[in-house]
Write a protein that binds this ligand. Structure first.
Ligand SMILES: [Zn+2]
Length: 421
């Protein structure tokens, strides 16, 4: 059981030092330091302890730590109405990393920092990354190109398909291009087929297959190119034959050809991920949202623990089998996903979630508590996996007014409004 918990916990990576010891500090200095820096009491206490209760030195040390760990970046985030932001990243369904949004300039930067940390973790565990699948984030593309030259980088198909669909639908709104909206689904289906029908990830073949669709929409199904000379659908019958084919030379034809053969597509199609997609991460994020709703601001430890519990729940329930009725019939459900704008999806209904990890957690907690009774150091945290030091909340670097003055200001403004003109 100990191994069960420890395994999961050790995979939640964090970027804050844990070797500071917490001890006694002068109460006056402690509150002074807290007031001057806005850093949590625990960190102030650690700083004073380290600097033998010297206020100036402790402040200097804390500032150095803040610089080192990126805490001081919070002032750049004033427009963001959040007190603590976190990002989870998962590797092969087994690990996650957590990043404070005040470590980086903005939420875009969090993705890169998460990747750096995940890659470090993999390297520190003597593992090699053969293939990496991400969305088309430009910063990430550059980072992987420069830092992981031996690794094959693929793009998640869903993200490419989403961009394609958006472009086709936007173009369909232009004059004489209305019929393109009918092609949006066929094109995204073809995109998925291009990736999944090329399991070896041969980029040239993927491009050849994709390029052929430019002929297909014009009702031409042969003579595409050397690698993929004719469509794979065979003879077309019935409704398939009566499709709204695009007339060569028309405005719609010109526009759809531009989209299909765009430079962006030329770059992205050969890098489509043939086997693995990032949908598992999206599913994990949705589990995290369940355990840590975005509308509630949690403390650092609160968020940390919730992320761990979300990972435990996800790992236990991610491969649930399809549910069946008593008679043995497989069960399905119909849903109306927002992105389908009113169209439905049929999904397999899975068996109910299980919560075995709760029993394991409780056992671990009791064992840990019993052990702490005999512990030699009274300052040991009750659960040793928690980080001993936590970064300050984002708002700690903002200018804090004297509360009485702020209230006075608020009152005087309020009174002015009430005065009749
Ligand atoms: Zn065809």
């Amino acid at each position: 059981m100990g191994r069960f918990l420890a395994t999961n916990v050790s995979l939640i990576l964090r970027g804050f030092p844990r070797h500071y010891c917490v001890g006694q500090a002068s109460k006056t200095n402690l509150s002074q330091l807290r007031k001057r820096t806005g850093v949590p009491l625990k960190n102030c206490r650690a700083a004073l302890q380290k600097c033998h209760n010297n206020l100036e030195e402790a402040e200097k040390w804390l500032k150095e730590q803040a610089q080192k760990e990126g805490w001081a970046r919070a002032d750049k985030l004033q427009s963001r109405p959040m007190s603590q932001g976190l990002l989870g990243l998962i590797q092969s369904r087994t690990g996650a990393t957590m990043i404070e949004s005040n470590e980086v300039k903005n939420s875009n930067g969090m993705e890169k920092r998460g990747l750096e940390r995940a890659v470090d973790w993999v390297k520190n565990n003597d593992l090699e990354i053969g293939t990496i699948v991400t969305d088309r984030h430009l910063q990430i593309q550059k980072w992987i190109r420069e830092n992981l030259p031996e690794t094959t980088h693929y793009y998640d198909v869903w993200h490419v398909a989403k961009g394609l669909k958006k472009k086709v639908l936007a173009t369909a709104k232009q004059s004489e291009c209305g019929q393109l909206s009918k092609w949006s689904r066929s094109l995204t289906n073809h995109l998925y087929w291009v990736a999944t029908s090329t399991p070896n990830g041969d980029g040239d073949l993927m491009w050849a297959k994709w390029e052929s669709v430019e002929n297909h929409v014009h009702n031409k199904h042969e003579g595409h190119n050397e690698l993929f000379p004719s469509c794979a659908h065979g003879m077309l019958y019935g409704d398939e034959r009566k499709k709204k084919w695009i007339k060569p030379g028309s405005k719609a034809s010109e526009k759809i050809s531009d989209i299909i053969l765009s430079n962006r597509m030329k770059r992205d199609i050969p890098k489509l991920s043939p086997l693995y997609q990032t949908s598992q991460i999206e599913a994990f994020h949705s589990t995290v949202n369940h355990f840590a709703p975005k509308m509630v601001a949690f403390s650092y430890y609160g968020m940390y623990c919730r992320l761990i519990v979300a990972a435990l729940h996800f790992n236990e329930n991610t491969s649930r089998v399809q549910a069946a009725t008593k008679e043995g019939n497989m069960q399905f459900k119909i849903s109306f996903p927002k992105f389908k704008h009113g169209e439905y999806s049929v999904r397999k209904r899975t068996v109910d979630s299980t919560y075995g990890y709760v029993t394991s957690l409780m056992t671990e907690t009791f064992t840990s508590m019993e052990a702490s009774v005999d512990a030699t150091s009274p300052h040991q945290p009750p659960v040793s996996c928690l980080p001993e030091i936590q970064p300050p909340p984002l708002c700690s670097n903002f200018v804090h007014p004297e509360k009485s003055e702020a209230v006075q200001h608020f009152r005087s403004r309020f009174m002015r409004k009430e005065t009749p003109v």
